[in-house]
Design a protein around this ligand. Structure first.
Ligand code: KG4
Ligand code: ZN
Length: 424
């Protein structure tokens, strides 16, 4: 099955071509240069850039996937060339996958509209994909030679950490749920703390049933029957068991970098500076540390960091950039790992998964590997740096699962972006 995937949920214009779960091409047109001088993503600029670039990025993905045999060199006009490549390339595509949400509304709209246009024009099946599910499945992408071969054993516990999201997600299947029916009855955020506080057991099978008020239970509908063909055996069921109550971890790193007058995105800059810094230079708080809940909070950490350095002379900040970066990064990572470890103890998963932009960071990867060793579990993280941050290959990987389950968009014409799309 050949899949064309499109991702425009934030500030990267992305398209990829997959042969089942193998990446044939994965094109990312980053807009970092356009947004960095504003210290963050400017929606209108993102929209314009996506609009200008989307066709060329799709054409590049189709061309690089190497299944096109025509020669397009003779076409000198760029627009004509792009259109011809798309026209020829779409003949080889079976399914189109696109990010429906969550993300920046006007950015998502460009990708969704393009996918609809191509699906209608070339009469292709369309799959709508959740961006976070994409990050999770970035761990199960293969190169052209079918490597790496990874097995997802249920239940799995995924940590997704990016600029927009910080979530601990329990991934289970039908069989697991039949044995542990109460595990999916996750309470709304405000009630979660209360009942988790009362629960002393580590076994998910005795998680107390919680009220499903406000329609907020984060569960998915019952799974459909098994599938074959090397995809997924069963529709995975996602339960968000912990998430940030305010800023995402990547966002906190970006904001701290901005405070220090560093560039955007801040995560990679902080990582570089932190390598030579003292991680105990400042004493920062441990958000929600003494509570039993699995949720995160990073805004207090950011505020405390701000008040510690706000009256410092510029030179002092400048001289200590590496120490400040190391301290802040360490606090964020310690928080991430503490809650994740708590979730592992509580849900007893068989596989650990971690992904999202922040997982491009070598320090957090090292700490996660150490944790996995301690709890004696396999951990999967994306194998290439560019599979951590936003890309379309991860969207194509979920589209492949959904195509096997025949979860196609019924009415393509009325499909609409969903900036607040939830995993359930
Ligand atoms: O997944 P992603 O590309 O986009 C979202 O879905 O948000 O993640 C972007 C986030 C940004 O906050 C960026 O600072 C962070 O990932 N990031 C990093 C690193 N590379 C990207 N954070 C820490 N260390 C890195 N090397
Ligand atoms: Zn992302």
């Amino acid at each position: 099955m050949k899949i064309l995937a499109i991702e425009t949920s934030c500030d990267d214009t992305c398209a990829a071509v997959l042969d089942n779960d193998k990446i044939l091409s994965n094109i990312i047109s980053s807009q970092t240069d356009l947004h960095s001088k504003w210290g963050g993503v400017v929606p209108d600029i993102a929209k314009r850039a996506h609009t200008e670039r989307i066709d060329a990025v799709i054409a590049e993905a189709l061309l690089r996937s190497k299944f096109l045999i025509s020669n397009f060199q003779f076409l000198k006009n760029k627009e004509e060339k792009v259109n011809k490549i798309i026209e020829e390339g779409m003949k080889e595509i079976d399914v189109i996958g696109v990010t429906l949400g969550p993300g920046l509304a006007i950015a998502l709209g460009i990708g969704v509209n393009k996918a609809k246009e191509l699906a209608i024009k070339y009469n292709k099946k369309l799959v709508a994909v959740n961006h976070i599910e994409g990050h999770i499945w970035a761990n199960f992408l293969k190169n052209k030679n079918g490597k790496p071969e990874r097995n997802l054993e249920f239940p799995a516990l995924a940590l997704t950490v990016s600029g927009g999201h910080t979530k601990i997600i329990l991934i289970s299947n039908n069989q697991f749920l039949n044995q542990n029916p109460s595990v999916l009855r996750t309470a709304p955020l405000d009630e979660r703390e209360q009942y988790l506080g009362q629960n002393t057991s580590k076994s998910p099978s005795v998680m107390p049933l919680s009220p499903l008020s406000k329609g907020e239970a984060k569960t998915q509908s019952p799974p459909t029957p098994s599938l074959t063909r090397g995809g997924i055996e069963q529709k995975p069921i996602y339960t968000v068991v912990g998430e940030t109550l305010d800023d995402a971890a990547g966002e906190a790193l970006d904001k701290a970098a901005k405070m220090l007058g560093l560039g955007y995105p801040g995560g990679p800059i902080i990582e570089r500076l932190a390598q030579t810094g003292d991680k105990n230079y400042l004493d920062l708080p441990h958000p929600l540390a003494d509570k039993k809940i699995l949720d995160y909070s990073f805004s207090g950490l950011k505020t405390s960091f701000y008040y510690k350095v706000k009256d410092w002379p510029k030179e002092k900040i400048y001289q200590n950039l590496n120490n400040l970066a190391a301290t802040f990064q360490n606090s964020v990572f310690e928080t991430l790992l503490r809650k994740y470890k708590l979730a592992i103890e509580r849900y007893q998963p068989k596989t650990l998964l971690a992904s999202g932009g922040v997982l491009a960071n070598l320090e957090i990867r090292k700490r996660l590997r150490k944790l996995a060793k301690e709890v004696d579990l396999p951990i999967f993280m994306p194998t290439q740096k560019k599979l951590n941050t936003d890309n379309a290959a991860m969207i194509g990987r979920v589209a492949y699962n959904k195509a096997l389950l025949e979860e196609y968009v019924g009415d393509v014409d009325s499909l609409d972006r969903d900036p607040r799309l939830s995993l359930s």
